[in-house]
Design a protein around this ligand. Structure first.
Ligand code: GSH
Length: 209
């Protein structure tokens, strides 16, 4: 049975957005079952936990003897192993990886940086906040153009859409994608998938909601 680590007592502001949601979503899309490994927030940096996830974060994933960390790597493993949520042809697979990396490397860090500067550390330097905001908008504008009116990043729904949708949910929660109707439609279309709804419900159940 596959196992996914989850935070038993996540801080309020992260509920609904914890990255374990990506792995739950992939399991639901693929028709795979899993169990949760509940970890107290205070134990994330314990020696035992760091052996499984070197940065003391969720998720890590276990299947038999295999332990993996990094949500992108876990999604890639699941896609290849099950031959799902990734195109069959070599070029389509490679392009999907471009989008997976883009979501994790070219968009998410800028959204996360804005969150840290403006919301978490509450910088009192408006210039820094504005520069960080502009960086996110640059990337979102480029993403909006690249996505255009396509339904998905590749020809079919894939692991790259799982990550990109969760990144856009973060950006949306900070009112950052209002200028890009196609990004809002893309995010909402993916959030309506029954597998996402089940994953989010199970995530919420963890916190009694
Ligand atoms: N790059 C990692 C990021 C994981 C991550 O940011 N996890 C957060 C929850 S969303 C976490 O565990 N934070 C606790 C901490 O960093 O102390 C991934 O994609 O798996």
């Amino acid at each position: 049975m596959n196992q996914i680590s989850v935070i038993a007592n996540a801080p309020e502001f992260t509920k609904g957005f914890v990255k374990e949601l990506r792995i739950r979503w992939a399991h639901e899309e693929m028709g795979l079952s899993y169990t949760e490994i509940k970890v107290a927030h205070a134990d994330l940096k314990s020696e035992d936990y760091l052996k499984l996830q070197p940065f003391g974060q969720v998720p890590y994933f276990q299947s038999g003897d295999l332990t993996l960390f990094e949500s992108g790597a876990i999604l890639h493993y699941l896609a290849i192993k099950n031959n799902k949520l990734i195109p069959n042809d070599e070029s389509g697979r490679a392009r999907t990886m471009s989008w997976l990396f883009a979501s994790l490397n070219s968009i998410e860090p800028f959204v996360a940086q804005y969150f840290l500067v403006a919301k978490y550390f509450k910088s009192n330097e408006p210039e820094v906040i504005k520069k960080s905001f502009d960086l996110v908008h640059g990337r979102l504008g480029q993403l909006s153009k690249a996505l255009n009116q396509n339904l998905y990043l590749e020809n079919e729904f894939s692991i790259a859409d799982i990550v990109m949708t969760t990144v856009l949910r973060d950006a949306y929660s900070m009112n950052m994608i209002e200028d890009y109707p196609n990004l809002i439609q893309y995010k909402e279309r993916n959030e309506k998938r029954p597998a996402f709804i089940r994953a989010l419900n199970d995530h919420a159940k963890l916190y009694g909601s």
